[in-house]
Design a binder for this molecule. Structure first.
Ligand code: S3P
Length: 452
C-alpha cells in the first residue's frame, strides 16, 4: 500500500440494493497465474486477472526476476501476457522486492526464491512486515535455502536460495495454502518428489493450476481428514491460457450487504465456486440466506456460477472448526452477518485469523463492540450476539491496514442506526479496487470522511 495519507470512508443506512455486478478476479489464482507463467516456457495469456495492488506487486516481482509481464486491452478486456523463463530459470533481482500488503505473494515468492541459486531481499508494508514468515522459513530451510529475516521471522528478509533444493516430505502444522504452495513451488526445482501433508484441506489452486501448466501433482485425501500432495520435481511447464474467475472472497461482501439490507436483490456474475472456498455460502445458507446459484459451469478447471442474493431473515448458527479453511478470509464479513442475525453465532477455531493482514479476531471484536454489538472472544472462538435492527453505529472503526476489515464495517454501516466509518479505506485497493464503485452502483451511500 502507498505511503499516502489515510482515507476515511463512511457508509450510511440503506435499503433496496439492486443490480448486477461482476466481482474482480480471484486474488489467489491471479498471484499463481503470474508466478506459474514466469516459470513456464512460452507465453501465458491471462484474462480476468485481479488488477489489485497485491497482484500488481507479484507482477512487479516476476519482472524483477526476469519474466516479461505485459497487459493490453483486447476486445474490450484486459489481457495479461507472461513470457516465462522455465523452471529454475529466474534471474537475480537487482533491487529489493516489495510485496506490499500481500502475505500470499510473500509466502509463495519465498518458495520461488528459496529454489534459485541467488540472493534476494524481500520487504512489504507495515502490515506485511509484522506477519510471521517462519512458517515458510522452516520447511524451506530444510530444503537447503538460507534466510536472514528481521527479529521474530519478519520482513525485510534476505533469501539465499539454492539451485539444487532437497526434495522433502513436510507435515505442515496448519492447513495453509500459503505454506503448502511455498513448499510445492520450491519442490518444482528439486530432483525428486516433494510432498506436503496438511492437517485439513486448504484451497487447492496451486495443485489445479500447476497441473494445467503440465506438472505432475498428486493429491490424496487421508482417512483423518489430512491431505497429502506430491509434486514431481523439474517438470517442463509450458505457457497456458488462464481464465481467472471472480473472487468468492470479494463477492462475500456484496452477498452479505444484500442479505442484511432490506428489500434487496442483486446478481453477482462469474463467481468462482471452488468447494475449498465456499464455506461462507454454506454457513450463510444454514443461517437462512436466500442465495440462488445460476448458470453453473466450469472454466479453466474451476467451477464458476452466477449468484442471485435476496434480503433474508438470518439466525445464528455454530460454525465448526473443520470449516475454517474453506472460509478462512470470510470471518470478518460473517461476523457482520452474525451481528444482524437473530440469536448467537459461534465461530470455532479461529487461531489463524490472528496472523492475517491484521489480528482479525481482535479487530472484528473491537470494531463490533464500538458499534454496539455484544461480542466475546473465548480462546480461539468468537461469539457474536445478533440483534437485527439494533446495531448502533455512529463510530469510526480502525482497520489496521486490512482490506477485509474495512469492507466488513462499511457493509455493517448499511444497516446501523447511524453511519459507520472506517479510518482508512486505502487497503481495499489490495483486493477490490472497485468496491466503493460497485457498492454505489448497487445503491449504497459511501462517502469520504469519518463518522459524524
Ligand atoms: C491464500 C491462502 C490463505 C488466505 C489468503 C490467500 C492463498 O492463507 O487467507 O488470503 O492464496 O494461498 P493461509 O494459507 O495462510 O491460510
Amino acid at each position: 500500500m502507498s505511503e499516502s495519507a489515510p482515507e476515511p470512508i463512511a457508509a450510511s443506512p440503506a435499503s433496496g440494493l439492486a443490480g448486477t455486478v461482476r466481482v474482480p478476479g480471484d486474488k489467489s489464482m491471479s498471484h499463481r497465474a503470474l508466478m506459474f507463467g514466469a516459470l513456464a516456457v512460452g507465453e501465458t495469456r491471462i484474462s480476468g486477472l485481479l488488477e489489485g495492488e497485491d497482484v500488481m506487486c507479484t507482477a512487479a516481482a516476476m519482472r524483477a526476476l526476469g519474466a516479461h509481464v505485459q497487459s493490453a486491452v483486447e476486445d474490450g478486456q484486459a489481457v495479461w501476457r507472461v513470457h516465462g523463463r522455465g523452471v529454475g530459470g529466474l534471474i537475480e533481482p537487482d533491487t529489493v522486492i516489495d510485496m506490499g500488503n500481500s502475505g500470499t505473494g510473500a509466502r509463495l515468492l519465498s518458495g520461488l526464491l528459496a529454489s534459485h541459486g541467488f540472493t534476494a531481499v524481500m520487504t512489504g508494508d507495515a502490515s506485511l512486515r509484522s506477519r510471521p514468515m517462519d512458517r515458510v522459513i522452516q520447511p524451506l530451510s530444510e530444503m537447503g535455502a538460507r534466510f536472514e529475516p528481521r527479529a521474530g521471522g519478519r520482513l525485510p528478509m534476505t533469501v539465499i536460495g539454492t539451485a539444487d533444493p532437497i526434495p522433502m516430505e513436510y507435515a505442515s502444522p496448519v492447513a495453509s495454502a500459503q505454506i503448502k504452495s511455498a513448499v510445492l513451488l520450491a519442490g518444482l526445482q528439486a530432483r525428486g518428489a516433494t510432498t506436503v501433508i496438511e492437517p485439513a484441506a486448504s484451497r487447492d489452486h496451486t495443485e489445479r493450476m500447476l497441473r494445467h501448466f503440465g506438472a505432475e501433482v498428486v493429491s490424496e485425501h487421508l482417512d483423518n481428514g489430512a491431505v497429502r500432495v506430491t509434486v514431481t520435481g523439474q517438470p517442463e511447464l509450458t505457457g497456458q491460457t488462464v481464465v481467472v474467475p471472480g473472487d468468492p472472497s470479494s463477492a462475500a461482501f456484496l452477498i452479505v450487504a444484500a442479505l442484511i439490507t432490506p428489500e434487496s436483490e442483486i446478481t453477482l456474475e462469474n463467481v468462482g465456486l471452488n468447494p475449498l472456498r465456499t464455506g461462507l455460502f454454506d454457513t450463510l445458507r444454514e443461517m437462512g440466506a436466500d442465495i440462488a446459484l445460476q448458470n453453473e459451469r466450469e472454466e479453466a478447471g474451476e467451477p464458476v456460477g452466477d449468484l442471485v442474493v435476496r434480503t433474508s431473515a438470518l439466525h445464528g448458527v455454530t460454525v465448526p472448526a473443520e470449516r475454517v479453511p474453506a472460509m478462512i478470509d470470510e470471518f470478518p464479513i460473517l461476523a457482520v452477518a452474525a451481528a444482524c442475525a437473530e440469536g448467537e453465532t459461534k465461530m470455532l477455531g479461529l487461531r489463524e485469523l490472528r496472523v492475517k493482514e491484521s489480528d482479525r479476531l481482535a479487530a472484528m471484536a473491537d470494531g463490533l463492540r464500538a458499534c454496539g454489538v455484544t461480542v466475546a472472544i473465548e480462546g480461539d472462538d468468537l461469539r457474536v450476539a445478533g440483534s437485527p435492527g439494533h446495531v448502533a453505529g455512529g463510530v469510526t472503526v480502525p482497520v489496521h491496514l486490512d482490506h477485509r476489515i474495512a469492507m466488513s464495517f462499511l457493509v455493517l454501516g448499511l444497516v446501523a442506526q447511524a453511519p459507520v466509518a472506517v479510518d482508512d479505506g486505502r487497503a481495499i485497493a489490495t483486493s477490490y479496487p472497485d468496491f466503493v464503485a460497485h457498492m454505489t452502483q448497487l445503491g449504497a451511500r459511501l462517502t469520504a470522511g469519518s463518522a459524524p
